[in-house]
Ligand binder design. Structure first.
Ligand SMILES: Cc1cc2nc3c(=O)[nH]c(=O)nc-3n(C[C@H](O)[C@H](O)[C@H](O)COP(=O)(O)OP(=O)(O)OC[C@H]3O[C@@H](n4cnc5c(N)ncnc54)[C@H](O)[C@@H]3O)c2cc1C
Length: 377
């Protein structure tokens, strides 16, 4: 039986653990954190990501829908100017009818909890509070060195250790992902709003996105053009006060969504980085997945969806190829063009790019959403 070690038990690592285990692999997921982070950020999953999730495990798809907000067919998300004028509408509810699966939005903590429960139910071994520190590929097996001095031997190592992937630096040595010129502040609120399906506001140097994530919570994120490191260096209450100040002259209902936030729910400040796409991210018996392979800006909300798609295609490659090395070589060859397109489109859709904003109804997104695992991804 093929044994895999997955470095990183985040969104992509847990998903990969589940689908590999369901297909008969022995999997150990190594996660350096001890528990699921409860901070207030949310995740939008678009039809391609939800289809991948259903392929990873149909029960996981049901768990995730139950934990979040499944967009209703008539939902429309307005695109607003800061003074509250609607300049376009995103027919987000039509995604289900057009692509067979609706958008699902939920808190990141709820997604991680669903993935964790599903992974444990399938018998994935999870080592939490343990970091992958190094690896050695001898051509037949990989030795994975862990914090605390232990080591694991496996037939392959999958680096799902996120945007600052240590596995990536050992196989590609290409340095840190590049700053994209904007930072993000994320939180959730229960403040009542006149926008039940959320909204997108395009302001000067500042965009705000808000969407329901289930259970009465609304997730919002502000994207602010700023020098690297500026906002993440601030204390959460200081950053929040400054954001409130930035929206003080905006439409009162938009501003109230921000002002009504209890930042004890956990505000998250993140500078946005991505990488020029790479055609190949496998080296022998070691490969990468999710943000470790192809980090992207959050403008299209596709990072998690791409990690789910990766896990489906990687599993197919491992099932189809005659050797693990051949499978790992075939996997980026099947994923690189698609993920490169999404990285570039996400960059263009950032706050300093396309002035028309972001609507799921745009024709150029149809190819992205219509990904179908049954047609080989
Ligand atoms: C502001 C913002 C908004 C976003 N919104 C969306 C959205 O709406 N929809 C969407 O699809 N995507 C969104 N994304 C992107 C999404 O969060 C990422 O693409 C996704 O989390 C990638 O999953 P991953 O498993 O590759 O990495 P991560 O989720 O970052 O997981 C990596 C894991 O590896 C662990 N780790 C790191 N190093 C080690 C080590 N040495 N040993 C062991 N464990 C290690 C980390 O602790 C972490 O748990 C957003 C991102 C940002 C910044």
């Amino acid at each position: 039986m093929t044994a895999a070690v997955v470095a990183g038990g985040g969104i992509g690592g847990l998903a990969t653990g589940i689908i590999l285990r369901r297909n008969g692999f022995l999997v150990t997921v190594v996660e350096r954190k001890n528990r699921v982070d409860q901070a207030g950020s949310g995740i939008m999953l678009y039809p391609n990501g939800v289809k991948a999730l259903d392929t990873i495990s149909p029960r996981l798809g049901r768990r995730v829908r139950a934990a979040g907000h499944v967009t209703a067919p008539d939902e429309i998300r307005p695109l607003l100017t800061p003074d509250g004028k609607v300049f376009a509408e995103d027919p987000v509810g039509q995604l289900g009818q057009r692509f067979g699966t609706p958008q699902v939005s939920l808190l990141r903590s709820a997604l991680l909890q669903s993935l964790l429960e599903e992974a444990l139910a399938h018998g994935v071994t999870i080592l939490s509070g343990v970091a992958v520190e190094d690896h050695f590929d001898d051509g037949g097996q990989v030795k994975v060195a862990l914090s605390g001095g232990d080591a694991l031997w496996a037939d392959c190592l999958i680096g799902a250790d996120g945007i600052n992937s240590g596995v990536r630096q050992r196989v590609l040595a290409d340095g840190r992902a590049a700053y994209c010129g904007f930072t993000t502040i994320r939180c959730r609120t229960r403040a009542p709003s006149r926008f039940p399906s959320g909204f997108v506001v395009k302001g000067p140097g500042l965009d705000i996105f808000a969407a329901p994530v289930g259970g009465g919570d609304v997730y919002w994120t502000a994207k602010i053009m700023a020098p690297a490191g500026d906002w993440p260096a601030r204390a959460p209450d200081e950053a929040f006060a400054e954001l409130v100040e930035l929206v003080q002259d905006w439409d009162a209902d938009i501003g109230d969504v921000i002002r009504g936030t209890d930042i004890r729910e956990g505000i998250v400040l993140t500078d946005i980085r991505d990488r020029e796409p790479t055609a190949d991210w496998t080296c022998g018996l070691v490969t990468l997945l999710g943000d470790a392979a192809h980090p992207m800006t959050p403008a299209l909300g596709q990072g998690a969806g791409m990690a789910f798609e990766d896990s489906v295609v990687l599993t197919e490659c491992l099932l189809d190829a005659s050797s693990t090395a051949d499978a790992l070589a075939a996997y980026p060859a099947r994923r690189a063009d698609r993920t490169a397109d999404v990285v570039r489109l996400s960059r263009w859709k950032g706050p300093d790019g396309d002035p028309s904003g972001f609507s799921t109804g745009e024709d150029l997104l149809a190819k992205l959403y219509s990904w179908d695992p049954r047609r080989g991804g």
